[in-house]
Design a protein around this ligand. Structure first.
Ligand SMILES: Nc1ncnc2c1ncn2[C@@H]1O[C@H](COP(=O)(O)OP(=O)(O)OP(=O)(O)O)[C@@H](O)[C@H]1O
Ligand SMILES: N[C@@H](CCO)C(=O)O
Length: 291
């Protein structure tokens, strides 16, 4: 084996996890994404970033894409002397649109492409495992890697996923302030009532059917009792917007760990609160891909 100099370039999509009842289990790839170009160099790490996160992300080995690339090089037993990365970011950070999952997926796919023969040695399942280990849960990374709707689960320590094609209109309402996934996860209780777990199991099953075959069921199918209400204190305006849209009959949820609000509808971007932005999106069927 050896290292290709590159450059290699990927597109990694934004993703929305949970979709209401599918906490840590459902993820949807969206038609918005980051572009990352990587090149092997003679030494050191050089990182250029434009767009989202440019003022905040580190420019050294602790950069999330570099960490994902390092983990992939370790697995393949081959690494370049140095690395140059150019990141063109459009996914906002800490908003519940899977920026970290996109960064991890981009890093894995780029590193695999820089190792000659890497594509034969690193299959989709191994990439999902690596990405899940880095992200901590499988829902966003499964959708980011494969596109479409991902049903993801952990079997023992093994990350698994099933990909489904869906075609549904999506509008996202994105507030100006971030809430980190770490903080939002810290608000969840360790134990929930059996009735609430049963409620979510039924809704999550219904949601897969609603997204693939029965869109008229989406309003019932997006109900949740496991996470959104507990996180409301960290994102009260988002929670209020979800409730307001739902009263109007629009299936709306907190996207991922929030605070973005996702609605399965189009033609509603005018409802955007002051200081937020909104975008009409579709479902990305392809996932992270080399360009
Ligand atoms: N393109 C990127 N380059 C470098 N670091 C990134 C990139 N995207 C995300 N990160 C890191 O991940 C953090 C955001 O991850 P976090 O899990 O809190 O939110 P998210 O992934 O945007 O939302 P969610 O997981 O709820 O969908 C950023 O603050 C940054 O540290
Ligand atoms: N399922 C995750 C998605 C955010 O990364 C959560 O809600 O915490």
């Amino acid at each position: 084996m050896s290292i290709a100099r590159g450059p290699v370039r990927v597109h990694a999509p934004a993703t929305s996890a949970n979709l209401g009842p599918g906490f840590d289990a459902l993820g949807l790839a969206l038609t918005m994404g980051d572009l990352v170009t990587a090149e092997a160099t003679a030494g050191g790490v050089e990182i250029q970033v434009s767009g989202e996160g440019a003022a905040d992300v580190p420019r050294d080995e602790s950069h999330l894409i570099v960490r994902a690339m390092d983990a992939t090089f370790d697995l393949l037993g081959e690494r370049p002397e140095g690395l140059r990365l150019v990141c063109e970011n459009t996914i906002p950070h800490g908003r519940g649109l899977g920026s970290s999952a996109a960064a991890i997926s981009a890093g894995i796919v780029l590193a695999r492409a820089l190792v000659v023969g890497g594509e034969e040695r690193l299959d989709a399942r191994t990439m999902l495992q690596l990405a899940t280990d880095l992200e901590g849960h499988p829902d966003n990374v499964a959708a980011a890697l494969l596109g479409g709707l991902a049903i993801a689960w952990i079997d023992g320590a093994a990350a698994e996923s099933l990909r489904l094609d869906v075609d549904v209109p999506v509008t996202v309402f994105v507030p100006g302030e971030a809430v980190s996934t770490e903080k939002a996860r810290g608000l969840l209780p360790d134990v929930v009532p059996h009735g609430d777990a049963a409620f979510n199991a039924g809704r999550a099953a219904l949601l897969v059917a609603a997204l693939t075959a029965a869109p008229e069921r989406l309003i019932s199918a997006t109900e949740d009792r496991l996470h959104q209400s507990f996180r409301a204190q960290a994102m009260p305006d988002s929670y209020r917007l979800v409730r307001q849209l739902r009263v109007e009959g629009i299936p709306a949820v907190i996207s991922g760990a929030g605070p973005t609000v996702l609605a399965f509808a189009d033609g509603i971007a005018g409802a955007v609160p002051e200081g937020w932005w909104a975008a009409e999106l579709g479902v990305d069927p392809r996932g992270t891909r080399l360009l």
